[in-house]
Design a protein around this ligand. Structure first.
Ligand code: FAD
Ligand code: NAP
Length: 533
């Protein structure tokens, strides 16, 4: 134990959550360090370098708000910034706030074990180092643990295999190559048009057809950027009052309160405008089946309009509730299927068959290609945590405590795991929101909490089991009133075989969630057990 590094707080992850947590705690005088398995900062934007990767929250709002100087000085170039630009921003933040001395890269946390006697987390890494920290903060990301399905024969494939969430750093050239892509979620929707422009042939293996709304990406002009910056306080305050913290206009009426024609006209305007605001055109697409059917029909008609070959168009038509799975944004996705070098293969019940040295079998046919792209997503929300051997009181493993699904109070802490915090954990709005303000909210709450513990000489904080269970119950109850339960989404863990089906993010909306967190803190951390030193 002599060579263990002693810290006040150890942060796992140096994405946007870890960077701000580090900045905040250092500013409060705590000895803190952020570890990351990556060789750079930026998290999602470090790992997801696939062609076409960009965010789908507008750049002017997909950024930190905590520092005015930063907000005003950083210039975005496009409506939706590309991965490389967001990564530059993350690096700029690390430079600007001089975070580098307390960031340790190329270091994967393997285990975190709570020592009840010393009230300390003992954290071990794959580099053989040990850290002892009073607080351990998991900034490990909701979408950072790649889902690499166990396809039979995958290791036999002799060509190149890529996962969108672990894309190589050097440019990948697909020129003249035959490429197989498995998956048609948001990553695939962005990557497929780009790969198809280069490759000689692309075969897309589709398990579930996807609703894709145009992004309508475009350069940002200086005047527009200046105007938004001048109005940041007002615009950001307004965004915080919306369900997901998105700065997009939200309709106030039911889609069923207007004629079908009027509904289509409104959706047509939203479609042309582009962006995730499409489903905010009316208030009830997320809760009323009949209203939802109107939006579904609109998008299906658009697909039939865009795609030349009626058979291909038919295969591309999503049949599930729109918005049940995460909506995808993209430019050219459906039109890409008009290219002669792109083939769509809907997977039947049996899914992907055996992968061979030079292709795979699916839908009763054999396909040959040189490269295979797995756009198969993530073991979302719990994956990064369950890949660390986390043990709380009495050696209880987090994976055991969460056997039937994750259980957290406010998505921040879990009973039996004192002084262990998660940023955007299961039970918080996280992936249903614009994640930048959500991350900031969590970081500020956690920093406030740790400051309170110091001021009041409190050794441990941990949620009461009843408070946690009632929050989990409440989350399930709110989710069951929405249409999100009606499809096999990653929100429910349905994309990972064997994962319990539990709706993981909190779907009650940002405003009520933030109010609840503030009320809990104001009441002296109501629902938490505080153990004095
Ligand atoms: P991450 O950025 O995921 O960072 C977590 C870090 O923790 C990673 O660097 C990882 O290496 C590290 N880590 C994990 N486990 C360990 C370990 N055991 N040891 C050491 N290090 C570890 N959100 C939006 O709001 N809008 C968008 O448009 C949007 N687009 C997205 C596009 C893609 C392709 C993806 C995958 C996600 C997108 N998201 C988007 C969600 C995105 O993840 C968040 O916006 C945000 O970047 C999350 O930041 P984070 O710091 O919480 O997590
Ligand atoms: P995803 O949405 O989970 O999509 C994965 C795709 O792979 C789905 O089509 C899925 O089919 C398919 N798939 C998974 N396992 C399979 C299997 N065993 N056999 C065949 N097909 C399989 O993952 P993602 O596209 O990486 O996106 C994840 C999330 O990251 C998004 O929802 C979003 O939150 C974020 N993201 C955002 C953007 C953006 O534009 N800002 C871009 C990329 C990602 P099923 O649908 O049938 O499961």
């Amino acid at each position: 134990m002599a060579d263990a590094t002693r810290l006040d707080a150890l942060i796992v992850g140096a994405g946007f959550a870890g960077l701000y947590m580090l900045h905040k705690l250092r500013g409060m005088g705590f000895a803190a360090r952020a570890l990351d398995a990556a060789s750079g900062v930026g998290g999602t934007w470090y790992w997801n370098r696939y062609p076409g990767a960009r965010c789908d929250v507008e750049s002017m709002f997909y950024c930190y708000q905590f520092d005015d100087g930063l907000s005003q000085e950083w210039e975005w170039t496009e409506r939706y910034p590309a991965q490389s630009e967001i990564l530059r921003y993350a690096n700029h933040v690390a430079d600007r706030f001089d975070l580098w001395p307390d960031i340790q890269l190329n270091t994967r946390v393997a285990s975190a074990v709570y020592d009840e006697t010393g009230a300390v987390w003992r954290v071990e890494t794959d580099t053989g180092e040990t850290f002892l920290a009073s607080y351990c903060i998991m900034a490990t990301g909701c979408l950072s643990a790649a889902n690499r399905p166990d396809f039979e024969g995958l290791d036999d494939f002799e060509g190149r295999v890529f996962h969108t969430g672990h894309w190589p750093h050097e440019p990948v050239d697909f020129t003249g190559r035959r490429v197989g892509v498995i998956g048609t979620g948001s990553s695939a929707v962005q990557a497929i048009p780009e790969i198809a422009r280069q490759a000689s042939h692309v075969t897309v293996f589709q398990r579930t057809a996807t609703y894709v709304i145009p992004a309508n990406n475009r350069p940002l002009d200086a005047g527009e950027q200046r105007d938004i910056k001048a109005r940041y306080p007002e615009l950001r305050a307004a965004a915080r009052k919306t369900f997901g913290g998105f700065a997009v206009p939200t309709g106030r009426e039911s889609a069923l309160s207007v004629s079908e024609e009027e509904c289509r006209e409104t959706l047509g305007r939203a479609w042309n405008q582009g962006g995730i605001g499409f489903l905010n055109s009316y208030i009830d697409f997320g809760i009323d089946e009949q209203a939802n059917v109107r939006a579904q029909a609109f998008v299906r008609d658009k697909i039939r309009e865009i795609v030349d070959d009626p058979e291909t168009a038919e295969k591309l038509l999503p049949r599930h509730t729109i918005g049940c799975k995460r909506l995808s944004l993209g430019d050219d996705y459906y039109a890409t299927y008009n290219r002669p070098n792109v083939e769509l293969v809907p997977l039947g019940e049996e899914g992907i068959g055996r992968i061979a040295v030079d292709g795979l079998t699916a839908a009763g046919r054999e396909f040959r290609f040189d490269d295979l792209v797995l756009a198969t997503g993530f073991d979302a929300m719990t994956g990064a945590l369950s890949r660390i051997d986390i043990r709380g009181r009495s050696g209880m493993a987090l994976t055991k405590a969460w056997e039937a699904g994750p259980r957290m109070y406010l998505g921040l802490m879990s009973s039996g795991f004192p002084n262990l915090f998660a940023i955007t954990g299961p039970g918080s709005p996280s992936v249903l929101s614009n994640m930048m303000p959500t991350i900031e909210h969590h970081v500020e709450w956690i920093a406030g909490c740790i400051g309170f513990l110091r001021e009041n000489d409190i050794r441990e904080i941990e949620p009461h089991l009843e408070a946690q269970e009632s929050w989990v119950e409440h989350g399930n109850e709110v989710a069951s009133r929405t249409l999100r339960y009606t499809c096999s989404s990653w929100y429910l863990g349905a994309n990972v075989p064997g994962k319990p089906r539990v709706f993981m993010p909190y779907i009650g909306g940002m405003p009520s969630y933030m109010e609840k967190c503030a009320a809990v803190a104001a009441a002296g951390y109501e629902g938490f057990e505080l153990t004095p030193a």
